[in-house]
Design a protein. Structure first.
Length: 233
């Protein structure tokens, strides 16, 4: 089931629900790349003290979000801006969501928006390469405060909440997630099995043709196999 409105209430899919769970109630929040606006609408319905700035590089997408919030009577606690990432923010925020994008795009938005983001908690959902994003956050003075895996349909989604602070993570923690490793659980093991299937299939194609890539894949496989042994069931 995708996100929808039922009898005036916003119902989020598993991915957006996990993201919403990492946004503190009563926040001055930002939804950067807001698309249709379901996340912002749910945050506003959840807590009367919440305010949301919705930003999107696409004017038509932003207009869809504005229309949804207007229909739900939530527009007065929201602001809307067309622009490139966090640079479109009109004021300070306590929590910024950047979700449903490639890791390179998220890092571009963060790099161009540190000043606008200030001390805000970051709730990030990269489509791929979460390990690269974790390393980038550490390099820029952030620690991983929380993580989750959501499964919607046949896909796994990794959500990372980061806050200002120093941190040092092992290669396994960067690859698999420091919080996810400590928590374990069925979704973690399902995701680990998925990562192993992808890496083993890629390794079969790289063997003999690309020795450097094959070495990277063998290292990735070893990390995820060790994670399966270490994480709690």
């Amino acid at each position: 089931m995708g996100s929808q409105v039922l009898n005036g209430a916003v119902l989020l899919d598993e991915r957006l629900s996990a993201i919403a769970g990492m946004v503190p109630a009563g926040s001055r929040a930002a939804d950067i790349g807001c698309d249709h606006g379901y996340l912002a609408a749910r945050l506003l319905q959840r807590d009367a003290g919440t305010r949301v700035q919705l930003c999107d590089i696409s004017a038509p997408s932003l207009e869809k979000a504005r229309r949804l919030l207007r229909e739900l009577g939530l527009e007065s606690r929201a602001s809307f801006a067309v622009g490139d990432g966090a640079q479109a923010l009109a004021g300070p925020v306590d929590c910024a969501v950047i979700a449903g994008m490639g890791t390179a795009t998220i890092m571009h938005i963060l790099s161009g928006g540190w000043a606008a983001l200030g001390e805000a908690r970051l709730v990030l959902q990269p489509n791929l390469d979460a390990h690269i994003l974790r390393a980038f956050l550490v390099e820029n003075g952030y620690r991983v405060a929380d993580e989750a895996i959501a499964r919607a349909g046949r896909r796994h989604y990794v959500i990372i909440a980061a806050e200002k602070g120093s941190a040092a993570y092992s290669p396994m923690e960067l690859a698999c997630g420091p919080v996810l490793l400590k928590r374990g659980g069925p979704l973690f093991f399902s995701f680990a099995q998925f990562r192993l299937r992808v890496a083993r299939k890629a390794l079969a194609g790289a063997e003999g043709a690309d020795p450097a890539r094959a070495g990277e894949l063998r290292a990735e496989i070893a990390v995820w196999e060790e994670a399966e042994r270490c994480a709690p069931r």
